[in-house]
Design a protein around this ligand. Structure first.
Ligand code: ATP
Length: 344
């Protein structure tokens, strides 16, 4: 019986996760969940961000973690979010940030004349290294002579395992192309490593067409011809940026889901959007990203047929305009989830 840890989090997080859990219990009643009171409220109450024993339990006791969103104007330092989300990524070594960008209804694509078949790619973003390790420093801070240094960390092992994960996923999912993106023409040390490792790993997958694009070119190509891409693998920072382009192509962050995964070890699934303090508490947040995230989690748990059902139900709602306000509909958060469950 799969066991899921749930962190509803801040702002609209608890609202959308509540609905996503209704979908989960409808589709997979055998999955058990345990909720964790972590987030801005807890931090403001007793100073707790992420207790080490909870992190340990996430890594050992649960099949996956489902996270809503973190971020609260009352905690401007965002320290709780850093400890919970970045803490999980680093301490549980969740080296794959998996982001599907799939258009479910052409009407929501900002590009003209694109069909649903034109936007259907996944991004493998390296999730434990790169610029996010916080290596660097400031000197003569606040003076006219200030120097700020930010270093990007790329290890041979880290680069190899994310590239390999992308190829493995391509093979398992019947894809034929993997594109690696870096900026080796400007970042000559770290990204040269990416280039060399990509060639070595690609040679092990002769059935997959391996290509390379500098990240500026890829950003342009994703907007001009998203249909050319199936699987993209890239570093932490570029993945962050490219997946926002991907979210826009698929209809906005209200529809974008993601997984932080270390295969065979631990995984944390979350909608891409933030806590959206501007609409929190109003019951109007779009729950579809969280519902699609639950679908992705079900595939991870070995039940891809349930994810296919979730996608079909969400697609049905999108096509018939049963959506929340930001997508042009009139439904509340709860009504949007009811519409999905009715289709299921
Ligand atoms: P973060 O830094 O955590 O990404 P943010 O404020 O930059 O936070 P979001 O919280 O994702 O980004 O919100 C960006 C905008 O999108 C806001 O105007 C918010 O209202 C809207 N938004 C985000 N998620 C949803 C959602 N699920 N349903 C409706 N609107 C949303």
């Amino acid at each position: 019986m799969p066991k899921i840890a749930v962190v509803p989090g801040d702002g609209i997080g608890p609202e959308v996760i509540h609905e996503a859990l209704r979908v989960l219990s409808f589709l997979a009643p055998d999955v058990t969940t345990e909720a964790f009171d972590l987030g801005a409220d807890r931090y403001l109450r007793d100073g707790t961000t992420m207790p080490p024993e909870v992190m340990h339990r996430f890594g050992t006791e649960f099949d996956a973690v489902l996270l809503g969103a973190l971020g609260d104007p009352r905690v401007p330092s965002n320290v709780h979010a850093k400890d919970i989300l970045l803490g999980s990524r680093f301490q549980l070594d969740l080296y794959i940030n998996f982001r599907p960008c799939k258009l479910l209804d052409a009407r929501y694509c900002p590009l003209k004349d694109k069909t649903e078949a034109d936007v259907d790619f996944v991004v493998f973003r390296e999730n434990t290294e790169g610029i996010y390790m916080g290596v660097g420093g400031q000197f003569k801070r606040g003076t006219a002579d200030e120097i700020a240094v930010e270093e990007e960390i790329n290890t041979r092992k880290g680069v190899e395992r994310i590239i390999r994960a992308a190829f493995e996923w391509a093979v398992k999912n019947g894809k034929t192309k993997v594109c690696m993106s870096d900026k080796a023409n400007a970042m000559r040390h770290g990204h040269d490593l990416w280039q060399r490792v990509f060639k070595l790993v690609a040679a092990e997958y002769p059935g997959i067409k391996a290509s390379h694009l500098y990240v500026d070119v890829l950003a342009m190509r994703l907007v001009q011809a998203p249909q050319d891409f199936q699987v993209i693998v890239t570093n932490n920072l570029f993945g962050d940026i490219l997946t926002d382009i991907g979210a826009a192509l698929q209809g906005g962050i209200g529809l974008a889901s993601s997984g932080n995964i270390h295969p065979g070890k631990a995984a944390l699934f979350e909608p891409v959007h933030g806590s959206a303090p501007d609409i929190a508490g109003q019951g109007i947040a779009n729950p579809l990203a969280s519902i699609l995230t639950v679908g992705m989690m079900l595939t991870y748990l070995g039940r891809p047929e349930l994810e296919a059902r979730v996608q079909a139900a969400v697609q049905g709602c999108l096509k018939s305009g049963q959506v929340t306000r930001e997508l042009g509909g009139t439904l509340t958060t709860r009504e949007a989830a009811d519409a999905v469950i009715a289709r299921l």
